[in-house]
Design a protein around this ligand. Structure first.
Ligand code: PBG
Length: 336
């Protein structure tokens, strides 16, 4: 019998394209799937009522007063988004070198938590634990003689985590990168009766140039002196991220985060493979600005790059993603 010939060489029977041929087959063979359950929506809150201020470097993102925030969170809940993350723009007159506004039980964050909890009790509330919105230096910790003090900062942030928990925050998310803070927070939360409050540690957070739009949004960019390289990680390092994550887990973190997102997906994969703990990544403000800015100029298609990047986070091993595109993504997922 005559041999069959193909132009494909010695092993023509494997054709990778077969499984890709139809929509149903592509769905059937998909290895990972993005769902609305994977999304955490970061939001910016400001003082005032019925107040909305666009963030210049983040097209489509507004700072909202508490009343408008509540309405926005209702929409997010209706779309099925499981949690929001609240970040405040603090009145500059309330920013001091000791960042004492951070643990004022009536500060903007606590008022926002209370209002959201009351109106939308079934959405999770994540809050940053860090001093940069409250600190006149714009740093995440207390600064003395140009040094960012570790243990003093942890003390102030412990008080911050306690007032936020008292207000009803479900997840304390320290983004400050001070040493030892997870263990200190865990003990303080437990002895104050907040055993149920979760800790999502920004465990591997890099000293990144992708945070600038966020600093505009919370009004800390003007204040920030110098950089954050003495506490945030060097982008060159990967083994160090595993040590950071390992320590935070040992100290009691319930969930860990890698930040920024897309340029650090190799870190996500290593963390997930090594520890198997619920692992999150933050698609940060600069990543959002980059994609949205290009889309607004017609150079990229927003819906497509948003969904592609979020799928990449899932593929890398993320259990969830903090993204400013959460509401858009939730709408797109609902349409499918
Ligand atoms: C600060 C904090 C930052 C972000 C979240 N918490 C910025 C920073 O470390 O300077 C960045 C989020 C983003 O860029 O979207 N504690």
């Amino acid at each position: 019998m005559a041999e069959l010939h193909t132009t494909l060489g010695a092993y023509p029977l494997t054709r990778m394209r077969r499984n890709r041929g139809t929509d149903w087959s592509r769905r059937l063979t998909a290895e990972t799937k993005l769902s609305v359950d994977d999304l955490i929506w970061p939001v910016f809150v400001q003082e005032g009522t019925n107040a909305r201020t666009p963030v210049g470097s983040m097209p489509g993102v507004d700072r909202l007063s508490v009343d408008l925030l509540v309405e926005a969170v209702k929409q997010a809940r209706d779309l099925g988004i499981p949690a929001i993350a609240i970040f405040p723009e603090v009145d500059p007159v309330k920013k001091t070198p000791d960042a004492r506004e951070a643990y004022n039980p009536d500060n903007l964050v606590c008022r926002a938590i209370q209002a959201v909890k009351k109106a939308v009790p079934d959405i999770g509330i994540v809050c940053d634990v860090a001093l940069d919105p409250f600190n006149s230096d714009g740093h995440d910790g207390i600064v003395r003689d140009g040094i960012i003090l570790n243990d003093e900062s942890v003390e102030v942030m412990t008080r911050q985590a306690l007032v936020q928990s008292q207000a009803g925050c479900d997840v304390q998310a320290p983004s400050d990168m001070m040493d030892g803070r997870i263990g200190v927070f865990r003990r303080a939360l437990d002895s104050a009766g907040f055993q149920h409050v979760q800790i999502m540690s920004y465990a591997a957070k890099y000293a990144s140039a992708f945070y600038n739009p966020f600093r505009d949004a919370i009004g800390s960019s003007g204040a920030l002196k110098g950089d954050k390289k003495t506490y945030q990680m060097d982008p060159a390092n990967s083994d160090e991220a595993l040590r950071e994550v390992g320590l935070d887990i040992a100290e009691g973190a319930d969930m860990v985060m890698v930040k920024p997102g897309l340029p650090y997906l190799d870190i996500v994969r290593r963390v997930k493979d090594t520890f198997g703990i619920p692992t999150y990544a933050y698609q940060v403000s600069g990543e959002y600005a980059m994609l949205r800015g290009a889309a607004d100029r017609g150079w990229l298609v927003w819906d497509k790059v948003l969904m592609e990047t979020l799928s990449s986070f899932k593929r890398a091993g993320c259990d969830g993603i903090l993204t400013y595109g959460a509401v858009d993504a939730a709408r797109l997922l609902a349409k499918k």
